[in-house]
Each structure stands twice: as C-alpha cells, then as structure tokens.
Design a protein around this ligand. Structure first.
Ligand code: AMP
Length: 221
C-alpha cells in the first residue's frame, strides 16, 4: 500500500473497529473518522445536527442517510483527511455506500479496502457491556479484556472514563438488529467490488491488530 490509506471498517458494534482504527491512525498518519464520535459530540454541543440525531442515538437506530452523507462529505474535505482516512462506523447502509462512492469520486479518491471484522454475538454483548471510553481523548478500554492501569482513568491522558448511554442491554439488542438488517448487505456490496477483506475479530487486541496490519500489507503486495 502507498503512503496514504483509505479504508473502511465494517462490523457490528463492539467488533473492535474503533480500537483498531486508532492503531491504523497512528501507524499510517491517517485520520480516524468515527461517525459515532462525531454525532455524540454534536449531541453534547447541541448543534443542529446533534438535535436531529439525539433521538436516534438514544434508541440505537440509524440517523437518516442524508444527514450522515452531508456530515461525512464535509469531514472528508477537511485538510487532515488528505493524509488518508479510516472510516469507522460509516457507511452503515447501501445508500450511504453509494453516496460515499460519489463523494470520493468528486475528490478523486478510491477506497483501498473494506476491513470486515467478524465477532460472534455473545462476545459482542460481553465487549459492549464492559466498554469504557475516555471523556477527554476518546481512547477505548474494557473493564476485563483491556483494563486501564488506574481504574476509571485513561492511561494516555488521565481523563475520566465513562460508559456510553447506548451500551445498555436493550439498546445493544436494537443496535445488533439494525446491523443485521441494514449493514450486513454491505458485505455483499463490497465483496462484489473486490474490496472486502475479512478479519477474525476474536482474540486479544494485539492479535487482532497483527491481523489487520497483515491484511493491509498483503492487500498492497
Ligand atoms: P457507533 O459509535 O458507531 O456505535 O454509533 C453510535 C450511534 O450513532 C449509532 O447507534 C447510530 O445511532 C449513530 N450512527 C453512527 N454512525 C452512523 C451511520 N453511519 N449512519 C447512521 N447512524 C449512525
């Protein structure tokens, strides 16, 4: 792969997309574009997008495609994305994937690959219910599988850790249902375009990181 990486992480909530995206961000100098993080910040800051999105996030449903496409089109045009990007949590519907193709076409860019993380459902629930994020820098932890050195505080910036509101059991089930019905069709969409690379998402954070790097390097060979 050249110096610039342009990849999509596909997978259910709790598959490890965010954790692995942060590793790629560091290794390739690309920027992680997490639509979930962008939306949570918009909700917190009570922006116009945040006001539109809040109810969907709370219920674990998808924010309308049009809102998402505008948001991503704007984000990808920011200067830092010229160094490459890792889309984490977008696209989530076929309409979003089609819209993304258009946006990239306008910018003269193409995706290198779509990394699809596979994780069994029982493990997703275990991962999401123990997940913690840093309020300040967004770094991710798990109370058992990837604990911080000091309970409730971030190793990287010492920020306070918190549990996302939508990582509660009823909302987790709704999000998994949304994934199965609306996002799984993207597997076929990207396979048909020769971009899909499947990654076994079971194992330690380091094991999965090695698989992700291997896939990207093989893809480049
Ligand atoms: P995530 O952090 O990726 O799990 O996203 C959290 C929530 O943000 C989702 O449950 C959706 O409500 C919303 N969201 C994030 N990305 C998208 C997207 N690409 N399309 C629609 N809704 C999204």
């Amino acid at each position: 792969m050249g110096e610039v990486v342009r990849v999509v992480f596909l997978g259910p909530p709790g598959a490890g997309k965010g954790t692995q995206a942060k590793f790629l961000e560091k290794k390739y100098g690309a920027c992680q574009v997490s639509t979930g993080d962008i939306l949570r910040k918009a909700v917190q800051d009570r922006t116009a997008v945040g006001k539109k999105a809040a109810g969907y996030l709370e219920k674990g449903q998808l924010v309308p495609d049009e809102v998402m496409l505008n948001l991503v089109a704007e984000r990808l045009r920011e200067k830092d994305c010229a160094k490459g990007f890792i889309l984490d949590g977008f696209p989530r519907t076929v309409a979003q994937a089609e819209g993304l193709e258009e946006i990239l076409g306008e910018l003269g860019w193409k995706l290198d690959s779509v990394l699809c993380m596979r994780v069994p459902q029982e493990m997703i629930i275990q991962r999401l219910s123990g997940r913690r994020s840093c309020k300040k820098c967004g770094n991710l932890y798990h109370v058992v599988l990837n604990p911080p050195q000091r309970e409730e505080f971030c190793d990287r910036c010492n920020g306070e850790l918190y549990q996302r509101d939508d990582d509660r059991e009823e909302t987790i089930r709704a999000r998994l249902h949304v994934f199965e019905t609306q996002t799984v069709p993207l597997v076929h969409y990207y396979r048909k375009r020769g971009l899909l690379r499947e990654i076994d998402g079971v194992g330690s954070v380091e094991e999965i990181r090695a698989r992700v790097f291997r896939e990207l390097e093989e893809g480049a060979a």
